[in-house]
Design a protein around this ligand. Sequence first.
Ligand SMILES: [Zn+2]
Length: 281
Amino acid sequence: MSPLRIPRRRSCYDPRMPERPRVYKSPALVLRQRKLGDADKILTLYTASEGKIDVVAKGVRKTKSRLAGHVEPLTQATFLLAKGKSLDIVTQVETIESFQGVRDDLDRLSRGLYCAELLDRFTEPHEPSFPLYRLLLDTLRRVARGSDVDTPVRFYEMALLHALGYRPELDVCVACRRALEPLTNYWSAAAGGAVCRQCRMGADAARSLSVNGLKLLRLLLHGRFDDVARVSIAPPLADELERAMREYVRWVLERDVRSAGFIDTVRQRRPARARAPQAPT
Ligand SMILES: [Zn+2]
């Protein structure tokens, strides 16, 4: 009788196999999804370990799919993925945080989708960054629980720009490099930040930047979220910050952010909590 031969199993972590294992697991946030064929979807995930990737969720549009319900945009879930020829395939998924409360509220949903779209637009596939994953996750939690849904978004925009090397200049005039005086200055996305009065004409900076606007932009850049959240931001100042940051983001991306229009639509339909007029008592 010949000795029993046990075939040697190739472990996923065999050091002789430098390529990625055939099956791998990572927590991820669903940035967006689109239909594929009759029953499938392509998901764009921001994974904690691989950065942004497109994956296929097979059969997810069938009623009995085990994956459906775990792959909605903004969901945080643990994905088990199998290497595919072009795109990797979702084999299992388990929700960690559904953010259902964000998806059920148009004010919160519009902000959440805007943040997800920014991360999608600003990043290239397979460039992992755990801090960016964490930043979006923290922001969704802030959007989910706060009464002010816009300040978390401003903080996110600034943190994202900073992390990717696009921080605007807020200390000195971008044109003459002199320190900015505590007066009304100007804002030029094209020039890369704040512009002083004297340089305003040459810098194509039509938008004024108030003293408080500049102070808050600096706090968004240098402060922690809790520092910013403690400031009571009046609606005109919130609008000023939003316009300045959107203009800057659009300039860096060289395109419009689709979900910004969704925020505007939601606001027109139903004024956001923070901006609703106080009823007389
Ligand atoms: Zn200047």
